[in-house]
Design a protein around this ligand. Structure first.
Ligand SMILES: N[C@@H](CCC[C@H](N)C(=O)O)C(=O)O
Length: 259
């Protein structure tokens, strides 16, 4: 079988996109997804996303990590999917779509794509400037004065495979705050490596910085290894609402691949 695919990236978090509005690929296997995402034997990506029809919304997002397994929400993937929908000619600038964590709204313009993230209620304060929260995907967030350098993946793996997280897995973020600007590195579960950027991780870092009162205001800039993102939000008495993740998302190339 030959598949028409598209490759997208949002701040260097890259995805294979497949238009599956006619449900041709619903029986794709873990091994096949893993192969498509493989950087040497396949197309190469941090994840794979199917765009499918939805009865109640503009479309549905079905996300797989590069290990071949379906997972929880992917923020940059959602932003890339919005650009893909627009490129496919699905009508509108303002979209709504269904994902694993619920309904998302999105806006596509020439320069950037904005995605509304799910509201956040609970943040676990683990002490010493370390937080855990679920922004659509689970994130362990460490605030630090200097980001780990060469040893980042080893440090992140020791947290991801610790007893607390070993079974379910977790994404690990190290974040440095300077004024209202954040700089961060993320290790992703399911990729089991550092990625250039992670949208749900950026969301966790920015909301965490506000929660710990490390920043001021409701719009923060975040620098990732693959580029800059912005997060705006409303702080409520308990948690956060109106959370919008904004930044670039673009098509890189398209092609056909044999499965
Ligand atoms: N890159 C994503 C997060 C994808 C999901 C994550 N790997 C997990 O399994 O928790 C993002 O941009 O949010």
């Amino acid at each position: 079988m030959t598949i028409q695919f598209y490759k997208y990236q949002g701040t260097g978090n890259d995805f294979v996109m497949i238009d599956d509005r006619d449900n041709k690929y619903t029986d794709i296997t873990e091994q096949q997804v893993k192969h498509l995402c493989d950087r040497r034997f396949g197309i190469g990506a941090d994840g794979l996303i199917f765009l499918r029809n939805s009865d109640d919304y503009d479309f549905e997002m079905v996300y797989y990590n590069s290990d071949g397994r379906t997972s929880t929400m992917c923020g940059n993937g959602g932003r890339c999917l919005l650009r893909f929908a627009s490129d496919l000619g699905i009508e509108g600038e303002n979209y709504s779509f269904m994902a694993v964590d619920g309904v998302h709204f999105g806006v596509v313009d020439d320069e950037v794509v904005s995605l509304q993230m799910v509201d956040l209620k609970d943040i676990d304060d683990l002490g010493n400037d370390v937080l855990f929260m679920n922004t659509g995907s689970p994130h362990h967030v460490v605030f630090t004065d200097s980001l780990p350098a060469d040893d980042f993946v080893a440090v992140a793996k020791s947290i991801r495979y610790s007893d607390k997280y070993a079974e379910e897995g977790v994404n690990v973020n190290y974040v440095k705050v300077t004024g209202n600007n954040l700089e961060m590195r993320t290790y992703e579960r399911g990729v089991e490596d550092e990625t250039y950027s992670c949208g749900t991780g950026v969301t966790a870092a920015a909301l965490g910085a506000d929660f710990l009162k490390k920043t001021k205001g409701d719009r923060l800039k975040i620098k990732t290894a693959g580029g800059n993102l912005e997060l705006s939000f409303k702080a409520q008495r308990e948690g956060y609402t109106d959370i919008w993740l904004t930044g670039p998302a673009e098509k890189v190339f398209k092609g056909k691949v044999k499965l």
